[in-house]
Design a protein around this ligand. Structure first.
Ligand SMILES: C[S@@+](CC[C@H](N)C(=O)[O-])C[C@H]1O[C@@H](n2cnc3c(N)ncnc32)[C@H](O)[C@@H]1O
Length: 279
């Protein structure tokens, strides 16, 4: 990312979630704030959804990864976890529509300082009230110590926590990914849900072309897609950080569980995964 500019990629999943509400009735992820958080010139989400024949695959994956994370969070709350950290939050709206109630948990939204400032501006513009017990923590994963910043915001490092890290890992260097996993694994009973991309060969033809074009576009925007992993590689990294219960959900599983909910889902296979790991 460019140091002083908000992430441009954060708008993509935000528009996917809004399109999911209109086209698929939010049946994977119901999000009444998905449209509200968009600015007027971003609200043509149907145009966005129809701009590419395989955009529906991105819509499925975006809605499904949040749903998987939020279902896992419900389980963690039942196990007594009361701290939730949304790493690279972008325009995620979980804190605004938290179905568990603010008393149940403290939420920390961690994001690149420029993206977070941009989100806060649009929340104010849209007159969306901030929930109680939400802390905004500006962090650049490439430069800052996430633990120091979270502790300064009141995060209890000796208490269990649930982390989500959606749509972020591909944009980070291996070094920043390793340091962030080090930190997560230092928290007792930590759980994390994140997604990752496989190398381009794991995508079907049309998606592979799109991936290539997207990589080019991202490079031009200063947000090159740098990190891709094989499933065995991710498992080895997580094990080396002490994660023992690792559930890796691939695109096929996502499509068979949620695909019917997506109107006009294009055929194709994406090398994308969602992981739920417990320490
Ligand atoms: C594609 S968006 C995903 C946003 C959100 N999690 C979602 O699913 O809608 C990528 C997010 O990663 C964040 N990000 C990328 N590089 C970062 C870095 N070096 N430090 C902190 N955040 C970063 C961006 O600011 C952005 O919010």
């Amino acid at each position: 990312m460019k140091p002083d500019e908000p992430s441009r990629t954060a708008l993509i999943p935000a528009r996917q979630r809004a399109a999911h509400q209109l086209l698929d009735e939010g049946s994977i992820l119901y999000d009444p704030f998905a449209m509200k958080i968009l600015r007027d010139d971003e609200k043509d989400v149907l145009g966005f959804a129809n701009a590419h024949p395989v955009a529906s695959i991105g819509r499925l994956f975006t809605a499904a990864r949040s749903r998987i994370a939020e279902d896992a969070l419900s389980g963690a709350l039942k196990r007594g976890i009361r701290q939730v950290v949304i790493l690279g939050a972008g325009l995620d709206t979980f804190a605004l529509r938290n179905p568990h109630g603010a008393r149940e948990m403290r939420i920390y939204e961690v994001d690149h300082p420029a993206t977070q400032a941009w989100k806060r501006e649009r929340l104010a513009e849209a007159q969306i009230a901030l929930p109680l017990r939400l802390a905004f923590v500006p962090v650049d994963f490439e430069r800052d110590d996430v633990g120091e910043k979270l502790a300064a915001a009141g995060f209890q490092q000796k208490s269990p926590a649930f982390f989500t890290w959606l749509g972020v890992v591909p944009y980070l260097t291996q070094d920043a990914i390793g340091r962030t996993l080090d930190y997560i694994s230092s928290i007792p009973n930590a759980e994390v849900v994140f997604d990752y991309l496989e190398p381009p060969e794991a995508f079907s033809d049309e998606l592979r072309q799109l991936e290539k074009a997207r990589d080019e576009q991202l490079k031009n925007m200063g947000e090159s897609s740098v990190s891709r992993f094989e499933p065995a590689g991710i498992r080895a990294i997580l094990r080396s950080h002490g994660f023992c219960a690792i559930e890796d959900i691939d695109f096929q599983q996502i499509a068979s569980r949620f695909g019917r909910a997506v109107q006009g889902l294009a055929p194709g296979h994406a090398g994308v995964h969602v992981v739920h790991a417990k320490h």
